[in-house]
Design a binder for this molecule. Sequence first.
Ligand code: MF3
Ligand code: CO
Length: 266
Amino acid sequence: MIHKTEAEIAMMKEAACLVSKSLTEVAKVLKPGMTTLQIDKICADFVKDHKAIPSFYNYRGYPHNVCASVNDVVVHGFPNNLPLKEGDIVSIDMGVILNGWHGDHAYTFILGEVSEEVVQLVKVTKESLYKGIEKATINNRVGDISYAIQAHTEGKYGYGVVRELVGHGLGKSLHEDPQVPNYGKRGSGPKMKENLVLAIEPMINLGSREVYTDDDGWTVRTRDGKPSVHFEHDVCIKRNEALILSDYSIIEAAEKANSNLNSSYY
Ligand code: MF3
Ligand code: CO
């Protein structure tokens, strides 16, 4: 596992916050009728204007700048030309390289009215991310993060925790050790030391945890067709409390100010 210096952490915070800012641009304008390809362009233009490179493009052949995962798509949805509709939920996952350092995080938006159970799924998935982050301190083990996420989602609400995809270390590479599953046992896995940076990313299904990948080789969907939610933060391990490098506060402020988005769960 690679531990960063304080100067490197500062650069990684810049990269993570650039992703937050690009997701904020999305939160400002997102509305029914917009397509996910339009969102892809907003994000790509924004980061290129800020001297950064969209990192997903061409990563293992990925053909777009962002992942746009709508409703039953768990993660890695291709942006497309279909207009988003009232009642959709969409996770936008964006990665950048800024001055050689990766930022990689995601946020799920609700367009207008959705059922109470979907609002709760979004709320609880975001809460579970913070439950995991609470455990991201030195001398804890990765399994403590995993357990906290699983307990809050599967344990408390009976949601399906996706097993096939996991969070990860982050740095000069998009994916570094360790893997960070969203399920696991307390006290298991590698012990964490100061200035390890993790991308923690719960992927939580309303129904069963079973997923499959589309013929395009990327798009991961729920088997039962029910919705799935994805949130992701970049966090740095510290002694008493993790340092969150990405910033939801600016995204949330734009979300609340946009009447086309549903923020009723706050
Ligand atoms: N947040 C995802 C991950 O960490 C994004 C990867 S999409 C890819 O794995 F296209 F870059 F693969
Ligand atoms: Co990630």
